[in-house]
Design a protein around this ligand. Structure first.
Ligand code: PMP
Length: 432
């Protein structure tokens, strides 16, 4: 089908909430490593990976080989956990090995939203409390509880109930709501979590859910001490600390398998999806057995969660990350790219902020470095130019003025140079 036919069918038969990128959307048909191709054969360096989902590279040969082997052997595709299968417990064991502290008990889903639903339910059942705190500018998925947790008006619907959720102020240093500078503040944003709990809840909470780096929010990276301080506040008020690692997980930040450990915090629950499946629909919760055991005595079911093909792919992802040293590569290439973008910032004043860690890199575009007026249209234009220059980038933030760069963790130095070159050309071509 050509692009026009696809768009016509989408318009006729799909919800209007799914808006494609670009004035003239593209149809991606082939992929290998860090590259994808469209239906007309144009090759792109893919540095957004769907949306932060390609962790070890598109169509990794090892995963491909395993899928083909399972198909050739007529291996069962779907069993549910009503029957025994080695794939789900093998994946759980691997996750327990890479998770911090004694988080060793998993629940599998098909998506990050469902993993977050399960995490919140676990915390509510364990504590017997209802209230949950999340962050403004945070995003946790599209189902009921995650949409209540969401801190973006653009993603919230009028009929959306807000079930016992309070939103604290985000640790958004570039636009600090307290008027402070990064590194020269008293972590007022962390104190706001305390204030929120003490003014908007009974004073006791079930949980706080936080992304170590706020993904959809535009890769907002809190000061490193923030998470520890918030963790202590959450504990003082009886809650569980949930780290949503749907975007930050699998070592993408270049230090630990789960980014919350970069701040020296061992959370009570971690949720993951996207990169753990490298494109396969896998979501998971990992927590301490004492929290999971609070759900004992009731049934809870997820038809496809942990099925053989998905669980096999996620297990392979964990093994590949270790064997190919991809966390180290994320650190090295991340540092190289952030330095490269900081160089570009000297020439292109539209780049107000370069931020992130490892291979989660955000460029916040502004019309003026002093007023920081968001360059919303220019960000959309830059995406179009990058596409013409053979580069697929993402965007985020409340207004959509943050470029998001999250390539495969296996990106090479040559590919990183290609990325910097294409971004430089795109900024040069941008008419401002
Ligand atoms: N948490 C975070 C941090 C996310 O970025 C997302 C998806 N963008 C989700 C949860 C929801 O994941 P899914 O779309 O797989 O339900």
């Amino acid at each position: 089908m050509n692009n026009e036919e696809i768009l016509a069918k989408r318009q006729k038969h799909l919800y209007p909430t799914k808006v494609p990128y670009y004035k003239e959307p593209i149809q991606l048909t082939k992929a290998k490593g860090s590259y994808v191709w469209d239906s007309e054969g144009k090759k792109y360096l893919d540095v957004i990976g769907g949306i932060v989902s390609i962790s070890v590279g598109h169509n990794h040969p090892r995963i491909k080989e395993k899928i083909l082997k399972m198909c050739n052997e007529d291996s069962i595709q779907h069993t549910t956990f009503l029957y025994l299968s080695e794939f789900m417990p093998n994946l759980a064991e691997r996750i327990a090995k890479v998770a911090p502290g004694d988080l060793d008990t998993c629940y599998f889903t098909n998506s990050g939203s469902e993993a977050n639903e399960m995490a919140i339910m676990t915390a509510r059942v364990f504590t017997g409390e209802q209230s949950v705190v999340s962050l403004r500018h945070g995003y946790h998925g599209g189902t009921n509880i995650p949409l209540s947790l969401c801190g973006h008006s653009t993603w919230k619907f009028k009929g959306q109930p807000q079930a016992n959720i309070s939103h604290a102020i985000a640790p958004y240093c570039y636009r600090c709501p307290f008027g402070k500078e990064k590194g020269n503040c008293n972590l007022e944003c962390a104190s706001d979590v305390k204030e929120t709990i003490e003014t908007a809840t009974s004073g006791q909470i079930a949980a706080m859910i936080v992304e170590p780096i706020l993904g959809v929010g535009g890769f907002i990276d809190a000061p490193v001490e923030y998470h520890k301080e918030v963790y202590d506040i959450v504990k003082d008020h009886g809650g569980l600390y949930i780290s949503d690692e749907v975007q930050t997980g699998v070592g993408r930040t270049g230090k630990n398998f789960f980014a919350i450990a970069d701040s020296g915090v061992t959370p009570d629950i971690i949720t993951m999806a996207k990169g753990i499946g490298n494109g396969a629909p896998v979501g998971a919760v990992v927590t301490k057995s004492k929290y999971a055991n609070a759900l004992k005595g009731k049934l809870h079911f997820n038809t496809f969660g942990g099925d053989p093909y998905q669980a096999m792919q996620a297990s392979e992802v964990i093994d590949i990350i270790k064997e190919e040293n991809l966390i180290e590569n994320a650190k090295n290439m991340g540092t190289y790219l952030i330095d490269g973008f900081k160089e570009l910032q000297k020439d292109f004043k539209i780049i107000g902020d370069v931020r992130g860690r490892g291979l989660l890199i955000g460029l916040e575009l502004v019309k003026d470095q002093v007023t920081k007026e968001p360059a919303v249209l220019e960000t959309a234009q830059l995406m179009e130019l990058a596409k013409i220059n053979g580069l697929l980038i993402g965007k985020g933030s409340l207004l959509g003025n943050v470029i998001r760069i999250a390539p495969s963790m296996a990106i090479s130095k040559t590919e990183s140079d290609e990325l910097l070159k294409a971004m430089k050309s795109s900024f040069e071509q941008l008419k401002v």
